[in-house]
Ligand binder design. Structure first.
Ligand code: SF4
Length: 488
């Protein structure tokens, strides 16, 4: 994560293998590895043996759990062998609610009267504190600070009432406001859920597991299914619950039909891998179109187009293609620098940035340079980057940004700073240009972004760009009243 950038959130996986003697932990490990970009703070896997194959809700399989702080490759070593069972879920986390500690790592396992559930969540619950207070008044005890535990308690409450996970999930959808893609183990049954407007991605497919055991997989991005040599079947639909039955048969329940969806545009701009297909759109294609559109909206005479690695790469290719200006890299990224480490001294921080990204002086000296990036959050990183290219001898530095200006915070699982800290919230484009000391700056328009994604605006969340949100958020403007938007 680059300092000053919008932060990643979480990645989730769920796998059920048909053969009860097969081990789901292994494909889950590889799937999490391929989703590492979605969260690097902690990782976890929970598994269970399906006594009669997947699908017996209320079965007594023991849930095994291994979680730890760090990357997937750091958390799972010998402990992978402890994760027995042909059904499981996995999670990689970047914290948006609750501190980055082991007790907040997922999957979260909760005991209830008739067994155990495990849950892996990508998203953020807007009314979590209100629900948490209600649940506490009823005497429920919380062990973590996460909104996932709130979700788990609401689900368990419904489960005790209806003795049926599907009815319990309907209750979750009625009560919980916010973004949630979930994979769950309810005793020995795998369930996948996507919130009614589909903020966060979730897709499903088929894989071949160990000893050729066939299986069903759910994952935040299709790239996880590709990694396992599987076939992506489709996206889990907004408002859909899918339960995996015995023999990997699955059953779908469409609870909530939203008139409009609210797919997060930042999944396409920055979060998802370019090789993932989200809601029917290959992310690489969207980014290429964004770059082309940027060139049409903000042309400039220049000698080279360069990305700011890595997220600016596909945009810059599109820009270079449309403008016929040479694509030449101004920066080379050190791929062996891991997560951003805390270096309190300014000098040490500068060294860390140089360690991560080195300017190719010969490529920029005496040139008019177009730098293409995905977004500007606080502006601190962009300012430093412009300064470095100038110091390397560039004649002009023009910034082109693949997202429209970020003016408002996100409440749906993306860790954006407050309005006060967002540079575009309180400054005009000209002011930003002069603060960053660029010769010109061009942001993609909202219309350009919608065209590049190729979905109607009504099916996208543009909250952080417009300050108008698709579901009710206290103190913010809502573009569609939730009750009118959703239909059970
Ligand atoms: S507010 Fe912005 S970052 Fe958050 S879900 Fe909506 S588009 Fe995505």
């Amino acid at each position: 994560m680059q300092q000053g950038r919008v932060s990643e959130m979480c990645g989730i996986v769920g796998i059920a293998l048909e053969d009860v003697s097969a081990r789901a932990a292994i494909p889950i490990f590889y799937a999490l590895y391929s989703l590492q970009h979605r969260g690097q703070e902690s990782a976890g896997i929970a598994t269970v043996s399906g006594t009669a194959g997947a699908g017996s809700v209320g079965g007594s399989g023991e849930i095994h759990l291994e979680r730890g702080m760090g990357l997937v490759s750091e958390v799972f070593r010998e402990n992978l062998s402890k994760l027995k069972g042909n059904i499981g879920i996995g999670h990689v986390r970047y914290s948006t609610t609750g501190a980055s500690t082991l007790k907040n790592a997922e999957p979260l396992v909760v005991d209830y009267r008739d067994g155990r559930i495990a849950i892996a969540h990508n998203g953020n619950i807007v009314n979590a504190s209100q629900l948490r207070n209600e649940l506490k008044k009823e005497g429920r005890i919380f062990h973590s600070e996460t909104d996932t535990e709130v979700l788990a308690h609401i689900f368990v409450k419904g489960l005790m009432k209806h003795n049926d996970p599907i009815s319990a999930l309907e209750e979750v959808m009625r009560r919980v406001i916010g973004s949630y893609s979930l994979t769950m183990l309810v005793n020995d049954t795998l369930i996948a859920v996507r919130d009614p407007v589909g903020f966060r991605p979730l897709c499903m497919g088929f894989i071949e597991g160990e000893k050729d055991a066939n299986g069903v997989i759910f994952a935040s991005e299709s790239t996880a299914i590709d990694t396992l040599g599987g076939i992506t079947l489709r996206d889990v639909r907004p408002g859909e619950v899918i339960i995996v039955r015995e023999g990997c048969e699955y059953e779908s329940f469409q609870f909530c039909k939203a008139t409009n969806k609210a797919h997060c545009v930042f999944e396409y701009i920055y979060f998802a891998r370019p090789d993932s297909v989200l809601d029917g759109r290959l992310v690489y294609d969207v980014r290429l179109k964004i770059g082309e559109r940027l060139a049409e909206e903000h042309p400039v005479d220049a000698d080279i187009v360069s990305p700011i690695p890595d997220s600016g790469v596909t945009f810059a290719i599109g820009y270079a293609k449309r403008s016929s200006i040479d694509y030449i890299e101004a920066f080379i990224k050190n791929r062996y620098v891991g997560r951003t480490f805390i270096m309190p001294e300014r000098e040490a921080r500068e060294t860390a940035v140089r360690l991560k990204l080195n300017v190719v002086r010969e490529n920029v000296a005496s040139k008019r340079v177009i730098l293409v990036d995905d977004s500007i959050v606080r502006g601190t990183t962009s300012k430093r980057i412009v300064e470095r290219v100038r110091r390397a001898g560039a004649k002009e530095v023009h910034l082109r940004i693949g997202s429209p200006p970020i003016k408002a915070p996100c409440y749906f699982g993306i860790d954006t700073p407050t309005r006060e800290e967002l540079i575009a919230s309180s400054h005009s484009i000209n002011e930003i240009c002069s603060i960053l000391n660029a010769d010109s700056i061009g942001y993609l328009s909202i219309e350009g972004l919608i065209d590049a994604i190729g979905m109607p605006a009504e099916n996208l969340c543009l909250g952080c760009l417009t300050g108008k949100y698709p579901v009710e958020v206290p103190g913010e403007e809502c573009i569609a009243k939730q009750l009118k938007l959703w239909q059970f």
